[in-house]
Design a protein around this ligand. Structure first.
Ligand SMILES: [Zn+2]
Length: 175
């Protein structure tokens, strides 16, 4: 297997790719080839950097010491079960389901934390989710997030059919 880039290298690759993309989009909008609203650009950027720094596929190593967990600071321990649940470069490193596993995990953990807080302190003031979360907001967020994940996978040398090939291999082993 080829050497796996470290967290720092992943961050540099993502930041470089973002800069090139941002410059390209800027030129394209100037030339009126593309329309991107400031809010769309902001949401895309948010999704991209949250994906790069906080929701890296290498959280599948969170049972140990890993860069992507350290960035969560005191909350890093919340990712330990994820690291135990997912083997390194397994499902967590697939193109479609992999990024989704981290979003779902985060949602479950957030729901548990909120539930616990409400239990011990029923009057706890919690920030609400802005309603309704429209597709116009969600789409650039998800696009930025998924792009950040795919850049990580490309740098890791993981192909888009990674999950499928694994599944096929499993099936072949069984029959
Ligand atoms: Zn990785």
């Amino acid at each position: 297997m080829s050497p796996v880039p470290s967290g720092r290298i992943h961050n540099l690759i993502n930041i470089a790719a973002y800069s090139v993309l941002a410059a390209g989009v800027l030129v394209a909008t100037r030339q009126s080839l593309l329309t991107v609203t400031p809010v769309q650009a902001l949401n895309f950027t948010l999704g991209f950097f949250v994906g790069t720094f906080l929701l890296s596929p290498d959280l599948d190593l969170a049972e140990g010491r890993v860069d992507s967990k350290r960035r969560w600071g005191l909350l890093g321990f919340l990712w330990v079960p994820y690291g135990m649940l997912f083997s390194h470069r397994g499902l967590s490193h697939t193109w479609l389901l992999g990024p989704l596993t981290r979003l779902v995990y985060l949602a479950v953990v957030a729901a548990l934390v909120v539930g616990l807080l409400r239990f011990v302190w029923p009057a706890v003031p919690l920030p609400g989710v802005p309603q309704p979360l429209s597709l116009k907001v969600l789409l650039p967020l998800l696009l930025g997030y998924y792009l950040s994940q795919w850049l990580h996978l490309i740098a890791d040398g993981v192909r888009p059919d990674h999950g499928l090939r694994r599944a096929r291999r499993e099936v072949r082993k069984r029959f």
